[in-house]
Design a protein around this ligand. Structure first.
Ligand code: ZN
Length: 280
């Protein structure tokens, strides 16, 4: 399978020139299981480019399974602008958690209201692809495209927003995706995060803040690089990729972080970059 980073920027897109090396699209990571069969972690603006390449390779009979962490704008704003949504004979399933008072489908329909969005509503049967929603409920495991997927709620500080992390197991390879997480104490004390990340081949983790930004990061619903590293070490992860970069983080600053991370000898860890792609 092939892992591709299509969007690595947290909170808001950053098209400025000083961000172009690491990229300005909001979160989207593709786990391609085969031609026309992809799992996609989050649906930020990077989803548009994932969708374009998939349709270039095969216009129809694609199956996309989107694993949403939560419904904040930076994680869903690519959905209305992903071409696959409008091409018949493609299949898209959006997995994610809702609220007791607000199911997932209701949230996704909200962003397609014509007051907010100019595109046709692809949840209607006569429009575009076959698009369905799978609201995650009590069973922590489900299957998609032959992969076993575990999900769990992650802590977010004092934020009232829920957030979901994922672990994917496919042909003896394991990938975990944990973003927009703020640990109340040591990351290794969070049993849900530890179970999702345990001994994975690749852990993709939120690292919005630098270690010396710990205080300003409090109650912002995000992790520091040190949080991500602590969890990766405790969970015996093979490779850690830090993502969801703060919108104020320039290429120069991320280069400095990358140089620091390369000095760590006990862990393979790197800074996510748009276009980073490799086989697992
Ligand atoms: Zn986010």
């Amino acid at each position: 399978m092939r892992l591709t980073f299509w969007g690595v920027r947290g909170s808001v897109a950053t098209p400025e020139a000083e961000n172009q090396n690491y990229g300005g699209n909001t979160p989207c990571v593709e786990l391609r299981l085969g031609q026309g069969r992809s799992l996609v972690f989050d649906a930020g603006l990077g989803l548009r480019w994932q969708s374009n390449r998939m349709l270039d390779e095969r216009p129809a009979d694609n199956c996309v399974e989107i694993l949403l962490s939560h419904c904040h704008w930076d994680h869903i704003q690519g959905i209305p602008f992903a071409p696959v949504m409008y091409v018949p004979h493609n299949h898209v399933t959006i997995h994610g958690a809702g609220y007791p008072h607000r199911p997932l489908l209701a949230n996704l329909m909200e962003q397609l209201r014509p007051e907010f969005c100019p595109v046709p509503n692809f949840f209607h049967d006569e429009v575009g692809a076959n698009v369905t929603v799978n609201p995650l409920t009590s069973d922590p495991w489900f299957e998609a495209l032959g992969a076993k997927i575990r999900w769990g709620f992650l802590p977010r500080g004092t934020s009232s927003s829920i957030v979901v992390g994922y672990r994917v197991e496919y042909r003896k390879k394991r990938v975990a995706y944990l973003t927009d997480v703020e640990y109340p104490a040591r990351p290794e004390d969070c049993s849900e995060a530890m179970e999702l990340a345990e001994k994975v081949d690749v852990l993709i983790h939120d690292a919005q803040f630098l270690p010396d930004e710990r205080e300003i990061a409090r109650d912002r619903g995000h992790s520091t690089y040190e949080d991500a590293i602590a969890l990766a070490r405790a969970a015996k992860v093979k490779r850690l990729i830090c993502t969801h970069h703060d919108p104020s983080r320039s290429d120069r600053e991320l280069d400095e972080v990358a140089a620091w991370l390369r000095q760590l000898k006990d862990l393979q860890v790197e800074v996510a970059r748009e276009g980073l792609e490799f086989e697992l």
